[in-house]
Design a protein around this ligand. Structure first.
Ligand SMILES: Nc1ncnc2c1ncn2[C@@H]1O[C@H](COP(=O)(O)OP(=O)(O)OP(=O)(O)O)[C@@H](O)[C@H]1O
Length: 270
């Protein structure tokens, strides 16, 4: 990924957009539901996605899905089942063609693009199979740069980056370039970057797909610890062993979601 490509997952907010959003965020924070017990961080109601084609492809059939704040949920399915489509919707990288997506109480369907971008930057940290690190930047710079668009001063950005890298046990490799890091270490830099803005949701897209099983275990253990600390984790994977780490698994097949089959999850119609 080039530095330009990085803007796909890094926030790009105008001052105007930020001002609008602050007002909306304040209104939501004042709502009476804010105190009403365990809250849903994610709520999909009839959310579907049909790519226009031609020919049109119904990649995600209208689904309902609720993920509570602090949950660890795996979405598991084979190639072509609609995982990336769902990830792009959940990550506010794409808008659904039907239904309503509430993220932390915000109806994202009605939002302008600038607002969705702002919400994404505030609420969601991403980690991907291929790390997406900038090759010519140190670990600290890779993490710190994710905060550039949030108007955080450079010194503070670097301080946050160091803290997050220490959190994922990379305090001894702060100045290392990605090419000098192992695969597992690179993925931990990516996790540190995802955590920099204190997201509510960690959205993971096959984060161990490029790692050997030993290294994968270490990365998954880091994600377990983050979840134990209260972070909501949504793990997209085709690997049932990876999905087993979650509290709850949801299966996706041919664009249809089915509530999972293990670990304390009450079966629930999609
Ligand atoms: N832009 C697009 N236009 C048309 N069809 C698409 C588009 N993107 C995906 N599809 C189709 O939607 C379906 C779901 O694709 P998706 O990429 O979400 O699956 P996936 O589960 O992530 O697959 P993989 O694990 O192989 O990445 C597939 O049939 C795919 O061909």
């Amino acid at each position: 990924m080039t530095e330009n490509d990085a803007t796909l997952i890094l926030p790009t907010v105008t001052a105007e957009g930020a001002a609008d959003d602050t007002a909306v965020f304040a209104r939501v924070a004042e709502s009476p539901e804010a105190d009403a017990g365990p809250r849903a961080l994610i709520e999909l109601d009839g959310v579907g996605m049909t790519y226009p084609g031609p020919p049109p492809v119904e990649a995600l059939k209208p689904v309902r899905l609720t993920v509570a704040d602090g949950e660890y949920v795996a979405i598991v399915g084979p190639s072509g089942s609609g995982k990336s489509t769902l990830l792009n919707l959940l990550g506010l990288l794409d808008a659904p063609t039907s239904g309503t997506y509430w993220l932390d109480g915000h109806d994202t369907s009605a939002m302008k693009e600038s607002m969705r971008t702002r919400l994404r930057a505030d609420k969601i940290g991403f980690i991907f199979q291929s790390f997406h690190l900038m090759a010519h930047r140190t670990a600290t710079e890779n993490v710190a740069m994710s905060l550039v668009y949030q108007g955080i001063p450079r010194r503070r950005r670097r301080q946050i980056a160091r803290e997050k890298l220490e959190l994922v046990n990379l305090g001894h490799r702060l100045d290392a370039l990605p090419t000098t890091l192992s695969g597992g270490e690179r993925q931990r830099v990516a996790i540190a970057r995802a955590l920099a803005a204190e997201p509510s949701l960690l959205l993971c897209d096959e984060p161990t797909g490029n790692l050997d099983s030993h290294t994968a275990e270490a990365v998954l253990a880091t994600i377990d610890e983050l979840h134990a600390g209260g972070l909501t984790v949504l793990m997209i994977t085709h690997d049932h062993d990876v999905a087993e780490r979650a509290q709850r698994a949801v299966t996706i097949r041919d664009g249809e979601l089915r509530e999972g089959n293990h670990v304390g999850a009450p079966a629930e119609a999609p």
